[in-house]
Design a protein around this ligand. Structure first.
Ligand code: BES
Ligand code: MN
Length: 462
């Protein structure tokens, strides 16, 4: 198709300029979870509105009680499908900042000896680089053809990394405006650097903060030690009891709504060239720590987990202090699969803790978001088109994969707007999202743009 070829050529010619635009966005420290960065989140939203307006979208910053959303519209050819593109402009905190080799918000392009290049900055892969792949594809279409091959709405969130507190009310209040034939979500990974992927499953997530209180004040650990309850011991014992020696979660009812992966899906996973050794080896590990008797792909894609994400209490400063703390705190999250209900799992966890609480202790819980697992259709016509378009761009044909992470908006698109999603992303397993020295491959950025041009063209063909 002549049009598509010229759009792809335009993306090739303008790669450097697209990296500059991405870099400008990466310089804005839009950390959504930290109130100190509130203004920066707004700046990122305004930047994107400016950029989308420049390409001819009708774009606006939309207020919420939290960080603003970005919504932008562009018409398409008559009767062409309408797609909603979703991404998030907020990023994770950068700590531990001392581990970064370059400033987290000072993006740099680094070349390797083999000639490959990467863009290093917080948010480069999650999700600013990814969302810009789509915007760059739109920009090239406009430049080369004067229009877009389908009707496009772009919806960018600024609270994805902090539990999306404003998302559901916003979707409900703007249902008409945000409803489209399909949502395109660019926040996932490829299978490997040569093989693009469409993710058809996502795990759900429940977050809980637990504060366990014992004595009415911090105590001298010699004067009271032996007699006084130590909340750090109580809490860590309860948390440790959540998993047995086989890696199974012991919370009563936890597995009630967990099914086995259907045989055809299992078979398709077995066809993937996956090495548990290198998956773990890449991060300095060698022994799968999940449920015994399950493959690592099962452990991360189709089995639920209970993880302690953070724990604190007592004296952790310099030197030493002989103290029995008055309280201990932990942040715990559960990855959910199949029909596990976030509310039910939360309640089961709370009961598990309360049932083990000594009578003279108290516990307090704070919820941090909850979303169910997602299973997307395996065989929709749109998915087949996208799969072909991706296969045309990359060295190897596209595969369908599961995903251990969570993207709660996908479930809300389905339940609130009746809209299915297509999860296409160009991240790689070693991008270090949420970690120091996060990077996005230049090939991900460049071929990601080209991929969206192809996918949009394929969807537009009808
Ligand atoms: N982009 C990630 C999801 C992801 C993880 C994709 C791993 C590919 C590989 C997303 O931004 C994310 O981190 N989501 C959070 C959800 C949460 C904070 C509600 C997650 O999965 O922890
Ligand atoms: Mn993300």
């Amino acid at each position: 198709m002549a049009n598509l070829d010229s759009v792809l050529g335009c993306l090739d010619l303008n790669l450097d300029r697209s990296v500059e635009r991405l870099s400008a966005l990466l310089r804005i420290p839009s950390i959504s979870t930290d109130p100190d960065y509130r203004e920066q989140c707004r700046l990122a939203a305004e930047f994107l509105v400016g950029d989308l307006s420049a390409i001819g979208f009708t774009a606006s910053v939309r207020e919420t009680p939290g960080h603003p959303m970005v919504v932008a519209h562009h018409e398409g050819p008559e009767n062409a499908p309408h797609v909603l593109f979703y991404g998030h402009y907020d990023v994770q905190p950068v700590d531990p900042v001392s581990e970064w080799k370059t400033g987290p918000f000072e993006p740099v392009v680094e070349s390797r000896l083999d000639g490959t290049r990467k863009i290093v900055a917080r948010g480069s892969a999650d999700d600013k680089g990814q969302l810009m792949t789509f915007i760059e594809a739109c920009r090239a279409f406009k430049a080369e053809t004067g229009g877009l091959p389908c009707r496009v709405t772009i919806f960018l969130e600024g609270e994805e990394e902090s539990g999306s507190p404003s998302l559901n009310p916003f979707l409900d209040a703007n249902r008409e405006e945000l409803s489209a034939d399909v949502a395109l979500v660019c926040d996932t990974n490829m299978w490997d650097r040569e093989t693009p992927a469409i993710s058809t499953g996502l795990r759900g997530l429940v977050g809980e903060e637990v504060i366990l209180r014992a004595a009415s004040r911090d105590l001298h650990s010699g004067y009271y030690g032996g007699a006084a309850q130590n909340p750090i011991h109580v809490l860590s014992k309860i948390l440790a009891e959540m998993r047995d020696e086989t890696g199974r979660i012991t919370i009563p009812g936890f597995y009630d709504d967990v099914s086995e992966v259907p045989d055809d899906v299992k078979k398709s996973w077995q066809g993937l060239d996956f090495s548990a050794e290198s998956f773990l080896g890449d991060v300095g590990l060698s022994i799968p720590a999940g449920e015994k008797g399950r493959s690592v792909l099962e452990q991360t894609w189709s089995r639920p987990t209970a993880e302690v994400n953070g724990i604190s209490g007592g004296y952790t400063g310099k030197g030493f202090k002989t103290v029995i703390a008055a309280e201990a705190m932990a942040k715990v999250s559960f990855r959910l699969v199949f029909d596990q209900d976030p509310d039910k799992i939360r309640a089961a966890f709370r009961k598990f803790v309360e049932d083990r609480l000594p009578e003279d202790c108290e516990v307090e819980f704070h919820p941090h978001g909850g979303s169910g697992a997602i299973q997307l259709p395996f065989d929709s016509p749109l998915l087949q088109k996208a799969r072909q378009a991706l296969s045309d761009e990359w060295p190897k044909p596209a595969v369908m994969i599961g995903m251990g992470g969570s993207i709660p908006v996908v479930g809300e698109f389905k339940s609130r707007l009746g809209m299915e999603s297509l999860l296409i992303g160009f991240g790689l397993g070693d991008d270090a999202i949420h970690s120091p020295n996060e990077k996005y491959e230049m090939t991900s950025f460049h071929k990601g743009q080209r991929s969206w041009a192809r996918v949009m063209a394929a969807i537009g063909e009808g």
